[in-house]
Design a protein around this ligand. Sequence first.
Ligand code: HEM
Length: 447
Amino acid sequence: MLSTLRKTRDMIRHLNLARDNMIAAWPKSYYRRELIVENILGRRMFIVNSPAGVQQVMVARADRYRKSPSNEQALRPLLGNGLFVSEGTLWQRQRRIVTPSTHISRLPGYAAEIATVCDTMTADWKRRPAGFEVDVTEEFTLLTAEIISRIMFGFPLGEKVHELFSAFAEYQASHGRVHTAELLGLPSWLPRLSGFRGRRAVRRFDRVLLEIMAAGHARQRTDFEDFLDLLLNFRDDQGQPMSPTLARDEMASIFLAGHETTAITLSWASWLLERHPAVEERLVAEARRVLGSRSPTIEDYPQLVYTRAVIEETLRLYPPVHVFSRQAVADDEIAGTKIPRGSFITISSWVLHRHTLFWDNPNEFDPERFVPPRADKVERFAYIPFGAGPRICLGKNLGLMEAVLLLAMSTRDWKLRLRENHPVEPLGRMTLRPRHGLPMRITPRGA
Ligand code: HEM
């Protein structure tokens, strides 16, 4: 009896730790185990921690799993029935409708847009006194928000980006913590503090989305269809358009899924480069050789091999989406262990990407591991920064290209240096961000 109480007390302590920072709560032993079964307050939770297990849950038997209710609870107030949270036939239909917007044939136009927006940001940097300081996470978030809005909605956000950004920050402050209890399917005894603040944030968010939608209707384009056009021009078998609410939900989803992740990647990459001067030097040399002093185009992208490796290695060590939670909708078996219907599955890309069985020197920043031919040794399902299977990131190609081009441009021209003695700690909540931000001093790199 006493030991059960003690176990429960330890578990609650652990859940609270995880609620503050999920990645700090993963026990050391997980980094060498392949399947972990925990009994938590009478529930079994499965932590799938091997490439074969990941392949099974996310790809081969993806039809036996759905995104878990915790994902839905955290995001539905903001994203409604958008792609990120919907399931079943609705998700299938919506994914089919918007998939053309991220097809690789679109990348050349997107590369041009990315370069233009980045040039605007750096023109602004040039006007500021040398050695000025910005929080790069905020700066890159504003940059990638502008990019995603132009690419997906054909709408330059300009100053409105601040409105969306602060509404999202407010929403995250109220909904951003993953309730570990919910990951387990337990009722959360912690009251949802979100209520009023969350709803206010959504209303602020919607004001801008509705304006963007109205601009989309006004231009009535059918020749070149961006993401917004695809939503607005859609007609079902009966000739009915998509409901404005669902179109709004998809816009909110693409906007959020499509900018913060890229911004965080760039932020971690900038910080890692400062800490690894030899890597930084090599990246600068590549960017100068490939780009000279001009803006990049799509033709440059395949040449930026090392820059891409730096981004891929950043995504390994600091995956912005650091945890995947699923619920079994049918019985399954993983590595001989029965997974009953209704079970909760967690896959932590943070742990998997640093797993001692699947990576050499897992905690070392070593972009070379993503440069061919060494890259061929990376186990496909030990590395899932964009997820895998049917729910794989819709913007995988775009996000990767965007991060590569932006990192090449910013590092070629600028030195980013962290404020002295500033603490850097990865914080795993809805996404993996630096807990105290990344205030960095920015100076021109010179010749
Ligand atoms: C470095 C950048 C990015 C990273 C690391 C990233 C990561 C991810 C991950 C891991 C998922 C799967 C989540 C799950 O299975 O539970 C996902 C889904 C998604 N991503 Fe990305 N993403 C990035 C950029 C983008 C961009 C640029 C877009 C916009 C086009 C985008 C749109 C989406 C959408 C719509 C989904 C939901 C897909 C679905 O469920 O059908 N992402 N992303």
